[in-house]
Design a protein around this ligand. Structure first.
Ligand code: HEC
Ligand code: HEC
Length: 222
């Protein structure tokens, strides 16, 4: 735990703007459901993935001039009626249109996908990807964001995970307290987060203990 924290801190201090953009784009990609089918790096093993890994897409399109606009159209419209670019390499026949993505978001996502280097992405980003997938699968992302929205008028449903980390950083009981809040919910408890739109967090009784521990450790490194 201690080493994890120190590494995360070292990572934060040395974080370039690119890596920071990575984290915010990871958040967008998570919220838009891209990781239901895609991963950032190809997974090892014999299984054919549902959809191409982003690093493989970047590799394939790296010399194509109009790649960013081509891919942003693919993201927006999906690939249903058009030639299959990844035939035989992925398990799904096509990508459905991503109707929840705006044109501006699609072009940012396309540029981000194109910026991903094969196997060169930091451990930190891979951990983020895995943990955000876990948080998305368990519904946490429905209420929680990772960082505060730039728009200060926006009141979030639930505290962004960055703020949870900041509030608990010097609290020796942080892990125990947060694990308990997540499993039991905060229905009967005193409200701890006044600046959020929901009165309480419902209990998450079906979460595996192991996953709660991992989620809390990750949240505390943010
Ligand atoms: C339901 C599964 C699914 C979801 C959700 C999904 N994709 Fe895809 N995506 C695919 C598949 C399958 C392909 C490969 C299509 C092909 O072979 O032409 C693909 C291809 C792509 C490509 C490459 C297109 C090409 O022509 O090579 C990009 C870029 C991409 N997806 C980005 C995204 C982004 C960003 C999101 C989230 C906003 C997203 N995808 C959501 C399944 C999905
Ligand atoms: C239905 C909305 C909702 C969902 C789903 C949800 N939360 Fe929460 N969460 C909240 C709210 C609201 C609070 C603030 C409660 C308060 O003010 O005391 C909160 C608080 C927290 C806190 C801080 C607790 C504390 O004691 O300070 C953590 C950590 C947290 N949530 C993690 C998670 C994780 C991990 C998941 C997914 C397994 C999750 N939440 C799912 C709404 C939600």
């Amino acid at each position: 735990m201690r080493t994890v924290k120190i590494m995360a801190l070292a990572g934060l201090v040395g974080l370039s703007s690119v890596a920071q953009a990575d984290t915010s784009m990871l958040e967008t990609a998570t919220q838009k459901g891209c990781f239901i089918c895609h991963s950032v790096q190809a997974k090892t093993g014999p299984a054919i993935p549902l959809a191409p890994a982003y690093a493989d897409i970047a590799e394939r399109f790296k010399n194509q001039k109009d790649a960013a606009s081509y891919l942003s159209q693919r993201i927006l419209k999906g690939t249903v009626d058009t030639p299959q670019d990844w035939e035989g390499k992925v398990n799904m026949r096509f990508m459905p249109p991503n109707v929840n993505v705006s044109a501006e978001e699609a072009s940012k996502l396309a540029e981000w996908v194109l910026s991903i280097k094969k196997d060169a992405i930091s451990e930190e980003v891979i951990t983020h990807e895995g943990m955000m997938t876990l948080a998305a699968q368990n519904g946490c992302i429905a209420c929680h964001g990772i960082s505060k929205q730039a728009d200060s008028h926006y009141v979030p449903l639930a505290p962004p995970f960055h703020e949870v980390a900041a509030r608990y950083k010097d609290n020796p009981d942080a892990k125990k307290t947060l694990v308990e809040s997540i499993i039991q919910g905060t229905v009967d408890k005193e409200k701890k987060w006044p600046d959020v739109n929901m009165r309480f967090m419902p209990p998450n009784p079906s979460l595996k203990q192991e996953d709660v521990d991992k989620l809390v450790e990750w949240i505390l490194t943010l």
